[in-house]
Write a protein that binds this ligand. Sequence first.
Ligand SMILES: [Fe+2]
Ligand SMILES: [Fe+2]
Length: 303
Amino acid sequence: MSDLASEKKLRVLHFSDIHVGIQIRHMGWKRWFSKRAIGAINLLRGRARYFDDVEKKVAALIRFKEENNIDLVIHTGDYTALGLETELELARSFVEPLMFPPQTYLTVPGNHDIYVQEGNSHYRFSEQFCSVLQNDLPEYCRGGHWPLIRLVGEKVAVIGLNSSRPNLWPWKSDGEIPAEQLEALSEIVKDARVKDRFIFVMTHYAPRLANGKPDKKLHGLSNADDFLERCKAIEKGAILFGHIHRTYRVDIPEVSIPLYCAGSATMEGHEGAWVYEVEEKSIAGQQLYWNGKDFAFIESKKV
Ligand SMILES: [Fe+2]
Ligand SMILES: [Fe+2]
């Protein structure tokens, strides 16, 4: 990471919600738990067709990274449709070229990656992504890998919080950052090794929608207000997330740092992602769009 420390600007690629799904005919019936079955049928009914070209779009992101001097890659979860081992393996194989060197790739699971409670749902995600889950300050861990902290060069820190959990009912897809992780967040942002850096806080769920309002109860981050209250202590940084399949930036009165939603990099008609340039105290985000072949910057506008 020493080369990053000496660079003036850090360039970050943030994408999310690629939703790799395997064909239903390849699923073993024994693995169909009730919620998974309902979710699968719903996907079959309509949603899956929006995610037909995932491999092609992720390959375009890999080319984009190579051509645009990206230092750090962030994915904020929902790699899969149903959290099946085969889907996670396939998703990992698609993004693997972005995961090297491993300290320059950061991620959290989405609710679809731990779709049903099977005792080991979190382990399946960790198993596939273990090479990029190393923690620079593991003493703050409050369960599994979280919070995951990465110190990037001398001037940037990334804090990953896990807000995803299996939901018992298919119509419920809300999330929550466990209280222990929020308490750890308050301690981390005061830690001498972190506090003077530009701090990215990333999680899967959106604390606010594009209009600045909270998401719906059954779809949102249930303790978003508590999370934002703790982020008040961050003077220079940004909050990154996915889950909402629209790419947007929103500034809200609750915190002094911007919120960026990556949207979905692969959902047909809504493809998007962000590139951030971080310099000292400032961040400039440039939105990416899909032109049918490649990802490209939307004009030269930076927000
Ligand atoms: Fe999603
Ligand atoms: Fe999600």
